[in-house]
Write a protein that binds this ligand. Structure first.
Ligand code: NAP
Length: 276
């Protein structure tokens, strides 16, 4: 029985992934912003599966709150086998986190960055720890522009490139972690889950949503691959990989740039170091 922590697990891919584990009797911890939806998710999972389901409140919109939730995990559990950094959003307008960061950067990436660094000691205490980051094919549209990290300094906001940048950041973070952890018992890998029928696209204008909906696949598809990456022997030694559902796992040139990845890591560290 493995202990698996999933962010944003009250809906979409996170919930379907949790279902896979609970059905096999694993112990799943759902880290969610909306606790009402999280309670409903737990009820649903417990009706179907045999594994234990715990809830923890996590709002990635605030570094202070991420720190608080991570401290709770550190005091409640002695190890974590699998960490799935899944929570994410698309914002069609320029929005800011409680710390003043642009929302995609703050929620999709920086919050998870702090969360992961805080929880690494628990993954190291597992027999084999595995970290899985939900990136996206959209990372091809991403750029690393530190001047855009803060919402106030955003001259020309564009939803898709801003979301894509956060997914590039997820991927670069996964690669740096993989390098740092290469001689440890923990691996770090990323996935593009496909274009999935979930609540992610809820804010998109109707016409854009119609285009997206032509390619939609059910959340159970990526959930199966995530489960494999989390538990399968074939993934035990894979580290720094990028897997993909629906399309070939092609990484953009920027996502392979380890110097850029390290620069992003160092800049991010400065932004969160007060919580470590
Ligand atoms: N769907 C796709 O086609 C697709 C494609 C590529 C990559 N992805 C990635 O896959 C991941 C899951 O997406 P999904 O499609 O399952 O989307 P979803 O159905 O919208 O689920 C997103 C989850 O993230 C949570 N979340 C949002 N903001 C949060 C915050 N501030 N703090 C904590 N949790 C927060 C949501 O919680 P609430 O219920 O509280 O809002 C929800 O549980 C995302 O990282 C996304 O970028 C998705």
């Amino acid at each position: 029985m493995k202990k698996i922590l999933i962010t944003g697990a009250n809906a979409g891919i996170g919930l379907k992934t949790a279902e896979q584990f609970v059905n096999e009797g694993h112990h799943v911890i759902l880290a969610c912003r909306n606790m009402e939806k999280a309670q409903q998710a737990r009820q649903l999972l417990q009706q179907q599966g045999k594994g234990q389901v715990d809830l923890i409140e996590l709002d990635l919109n605030s570094l202070e709150k991420v720190n608080h939730s991570a401290n709770q995990i550190l005091s409640q559990y002695n190890h974590i086998d699998v960490l799935i950094n899944n929570a994410g959003l698309i914002s069609t307008h320029l929005a800011r986190t409680e710390d003043g960061f642009e929302k995609h950067f703050g929620v999709n990436y920086l919050g998870h960055y702090l969360w992961t660094l805080k929880l690494l000691p628990l993954l190291k205490k597992a027999q084999q720890g595995r970290i899985i980051h939900l990136s996206s094919l959209a990372h091809w549209a991403g750029r690393i522009q530190p001047e855009n990290f803060h919402a106030d300094h955003h001259p020309a906001y564009h939803t898709f490139s801003s979301y894509g940048s956060s997914k590039l950041q997820n991927l670069l973070f996964s690669h740096v972690l993989a390098k740092q952890l290469q001689h440890s018992n923990v691996t770090s890998n990323a996935i593009h889950p496909g274009v999935v029928d979930s609540e992610l696209y809820r804010q998109l204008p109707k016409l854009q949503y119609r285009v997206v909906s032509l390619a939609l696949i059910p959340a159970s598809k990526p959930a199966q691959l995530i489960k494999k990456m989390a538990l399968d022997k074939s993934w035990a030694k894979k580290n720094g990989q990028y897997a993909s559902v629906q399309t070939p796992a092609l990484r953009s040139p920027k996502s392979k740039d380890m110097q850029l990845a390290q620069q992003l890591y160092d800049l991010s560290y400065d932004l969160i170091k007060q919580y470590l």
